[in-house]
Write a new protein. Structure first.
Lengths: 328, 513
């Protein structure tokens, strides 16, 4: 959205004020990169790669969460859906060839879309609040992940792992970053620039006005959850690529972290406002921060406290900016 | 104007209920090609609900809608739009977080067409890349109208389009609407303003309590612009709108011995030179014990601030509020309640715990008095609540959750609470907003009863005829000042309206002999 605003020739202050909450995110990200460079002077290509690798699943989870939140929902089954995609891909691909593993990856993405759409359909049909429905389906998918793979294991052909973990696709960027850019660019951007994207924003912003404008808010919500499911599945497959195995309990971290990334990334929890760029940068930040703290030799337990405090501060600053805007 | 009488839309027997609230009982409407058809009715008569049923926002429980002879059921406004029926709703149907251009794209309306209509309305300079959220309400409605017209509907529905518009924009809207009729299309026009209806409409359909009670031609009045014909049409419409019962009651003086205003002792409430920001300045009045003082005002003339100050919700910037001769320092609603000043707000849900029972809601304000320490005295609570519920004839069918009651019954629960807790002065802010006529009368009867027992009532109502029905005396607010004061017997709609527009600020009509 930000890019679109600038392309339309908005003045920079207006663009900034329009995206009050989101505007801080790139600046914050830049600042943390500089801080990282100061802390860790020989921060180089290898570290960029490990950052991208580590952040890839969370970035996907954040994208999934952002799409759902923009459309007026919230998805607490993100972590479980990632876990299902992770253990499913790891167990199916264990003895597969490279070509077969690519086909299996597509299958996992399709299943992910179906998982997400089930959330959407349940919410629309039952009229039970999103948070309740996705919390319960989250439990179910978490159980399914354990049924597929009881303990960490499985695997995938090395060629497939290299798609995510390697650095051979481009001389400048690690594969993980390219994968991230391609996933968002191929799936989200076309949606975002179409009427479908508008209808997602419209549904999140004001479902009645959207309905009167010719949108079917129920369908929009199902599609949003379906898209979220696809990105969760990409996150799960990315987790297989980056860790080499499937781990049924690894997904738990992503649910609340994706909500944090969405909030830091300037998406309004009330729906209708924000984009996916902010949450993705926030995901990178949330991965970078613990790395920095480790470099600083800070006790990981304090690390948690510091990280939480920073999130609160970032959100408060964003809220304060929005408050000032509202007054002017 | 083409008026070949070809029937374009026929609505028969449409009914719609929401929970325990019946919005439409049996609505009918016939719209010919090339006519402007006014849809009229008191607040809560079901006009907006009928529009939403016609345009497929929600389905009717019963009844039939035929477009050009074919019985049709629209499942969404988009379907209605495809059949050439487009409405400009009371609350703009523009998505706040999208730009105007995006909103048009969302509704699949070509931007050039919208720009054309915006030009006709004189708002072509509006920046289409602004978000709907950033645009003020009158302009949003004009944009909504532009979008509706750009879809080239054969039936255009305007739900109180002029309500928030300044006069110059209203004229432009009228010109555009007349032009639409000239091209052979039809318009359903909802407005409370008789003058607008007489100036624009060919016919008028009148709804009362969800039932179509009549259709009348306004074409003569509209074409000849003859003052007498306009008055006749207006008279006819008002009689149908109010119904024989209320029209009769409106003509009769209230059946209660009028308060003489000359009881001894200090007034129950006295306000001196009250000021609050830009909203209020130099407001002074007295309210005697046993008196009902009406407050009349157009939207946003300081009435909300006045009530909030007296109820302790806002702190006045200057001035004095005295109850029974004692000056009050109101820092919090609790201070006002202790002084016997209790508020019945317009939005009933601001005063109620919607998910709790009637009993708890009624007892809420009494808890402090039933037992200062320790557990609530259940027996005492039940007794008090029972007697209040009894007295107000509150509907008991849905007493386990207040939110399931109708609006009128919710309002009664708020009043019952204060009856149970005790008070000296009831501050009623538009207590009958959106309430059916039957319950309205019960509420007014109750206010009279309360006053007869010595308590006093300060009553703001947005419906001017009610001042005469319910009050002893009235003050009128305009731009934060008192612009008129009169006995209820003189408070006919015309006088109130003049004062409410600030026209009689210094001339006081002579007392009738």
């Amino acid at each position: 959205m930000r890019a679109a605003g600038v392309l339309r020739g908005d003045s920079i202050p207006r663009s900034l004020s329009r995206h009050g909450r989101a505007a801080g995110m790139p600046l914050l990200f830049l600042a943390s990169i500089l801080a990282t460079l100061a802390i860790h002077r020989d921060f180089g290509a290898f570290d960029v790669q490990s950052l991208a690798l580590g952040a890839l699943p969370l970035a996907m989870a954040a994208t999934a969460q952002a799409i759902v939140v923009i459309s007026g929902g919230i998805d607490l089954s993100v972590g479980s859906m990632i876990a299902v995609a992770n253990v499913l891909s790891a167990s199916l691909m264990q003895h597969a060839s490279f070509r077969q593993s690519l086909a299996l990856a597509v299958l996992v993405l399709v299943l992910g879309a179906a998982q997400g759409a089930i959330n959407g359909v349940l919410i629309v049909l039952s009229r039970i609040p999103d948070i309740v429905v996705t919390l319960t389906t989250g439990f179910i998918w978490g159980g399914v992940a354990l049924l597929i793979l009881e303990r960490p294991g499985g695997g995938a052909p090395s060629g497939f792992l290299d798609i995510g973990a390697g650095a051979d696709l481009s001389p400048f960027l690690p594969n993980a970053l390219i994968l991230l850019i391609v996933a968002v660019g191929v799936i989200w951007l076309p949606v975002r620039s179409s009427r479908l994207g508008l209808s997602l924003y419209a549904t999140g912003s004001d479902p009645v006005a959207a309905f009167r404008s010719g949108v079917d808010p129920r369908l929009a919500r199902i599609l949003a959850y379906g898209l979220g499911g696809i990105f969760c599945a990409i996150g799960g497959v990315a987790l297989t690529m980056t860790t080499g195995i499937g781990a049924p309990l690894a997904g738990a971290y992503y649910t609340l972290s994706s909500v944090a990334a969405v909030v830091i990334g300037g998406v309004s929890l009330n729906g209708g406002r924000g984009g996916v760029l902010g949450p993705i940068l926030a995901a990178l930040l949330l991965t970078l921060l613990p790395m920095d703290l480790i470099f600083l030799n800070i006790d990981p337990n304090y690390g948690q406290v510091i990280q939480g405090t920073l999130i609160v501060l970032v959100v408060m600053v964003g809220g304060f900016a929005a408050f000032l805007q509202g007054r002017s | 104007m083409s008026s070949d009488g070809k029937l374009l839309l026929r609505v028969t027997g449409v009914a719609k209920r929401f929970g325990s609230v019946i919005a439409l009982r049996s609505a009918a409407l016939e719209l010919s090609a090339g006519e402007i058809h006014a849809l009229m009715g008191a607040n809560g008569a079901g006009k907006s609900t009928l529009v939403k049923v016609i345009t497929g926002e929600f389905p009717a429980d019963a009844g039939e809608i035929a477009v050009a002879g074919d019985v049709t059921v629209f499942r969404s406004p988009a379907e209605a739009r495809r059949s050439g029926i487009v409405s400009v709703y009371q609350d703009p149907a523009l998505v706040p977080d999208l730009t105007i251009a995006q909103n048009m794209r969302l509704a699949r309306v070509p931007l050039e067409a919208v720009r054309g209509v915006m030009g006709d309305l004189g708002i072509e300079r509006l920046d289409l890349s602004r978000r709907a959220r950033e645009i003020d309400y009158p302009h949003l409605r004009l944009i909504d109208l532009s979008r509706a017209l750009a879809a080239k509907p054969r039936i255009l529905i305007l739900d109180e389009i002029t309500a928030a518009l300044p006069a110059d924009l209203t004229e432009r809207v009228f010109a555009v609407v007349r032009d639409w009729r000239r091209r052979g299309h039809s318009v359903i026009f909802i407005s409370h303003r008789m003058a607008e209806v007489a100036a624009l409409a060919d016919r008028a359909t009148i709804l009362r309590d969800g039932v179509t009670v009549g259709v009348t031609s306004t074409r003569d009045a509209q074409k000849t612009r003859d003052a007498q014909k306009m008055r006749d049409a207006e008279e006819q419409i008002v009689n149908m709108m109010l119904g024989a019962e209320v029209a009769k009651a409106a003509a009769e003086p209230a059946q209660r011995p009028r308060h003489d205003g000359a009881r001894q002792g200090p007034p129950a409430l006295e306000v001196r030179d009250l000021a609050y920001g830009h909203a209020l300045s130099g407001v002074s009045f007295r309210l005697g014990a046993g008196e009902i003082l009406g407050v009349a005002a157009l939207e946003g003339q300081g009435q909300q601030e006045l009530f909030d100050c007296i109820a302790g919700i806002r702190r006045a910037a200057a001035g004095e509020i005295r109850a029974n001769g004692r000056a009050l320092e109101l820092r919090h609603p609790a201070d006002a309640i202790r002084a016997g000043l209790v508020l019945v707000p317009a939005n009933r849900l601001h005063a109620l715990l919607p998910q709790r029972s009637v009993r708890e809601n009624v007892a809420l304000a009494s808890f402090g008095r039933l037992g200062a320490w320790g557990p609530i005295a259940m027996g005492a609570e039940r007794k008090r609540v029972e007697s209040a519920v009894e007295r107000l004839q509150i509907d008991r069918r849905a007493s386990s959750e207040v939110r399931r009651l109708s609006g009128g019954n919710q309002q009664k629960v708020v009043i019952a609470r204060w009856l149970a807790a005790g008070f000296r002065t009831l501050l009623c802010f538009d207590p009958t907003r959106g309430i059916d006529i039957g319950t309205k009368r019960q509420i007014y009867a109750l206010l009279r009863e309360v006053a007869a027992q010595g308590a006093s009532v300060l009553l703001f109502t947005s419906e001017l005829p009610e001042i005469r029905l319910a009050c002893d005396r009235a003050i009128v607010l305009f731009a934060g000042r008192i612009s008129g004061e009169m006995q209820a017997s003189e408070a006919d709609e015309a006088r109130l309206l003049r004062a409410a527009h600030g026209l009689t600020a210094h001339e006081r009509a002579p007392e009738p002999a």
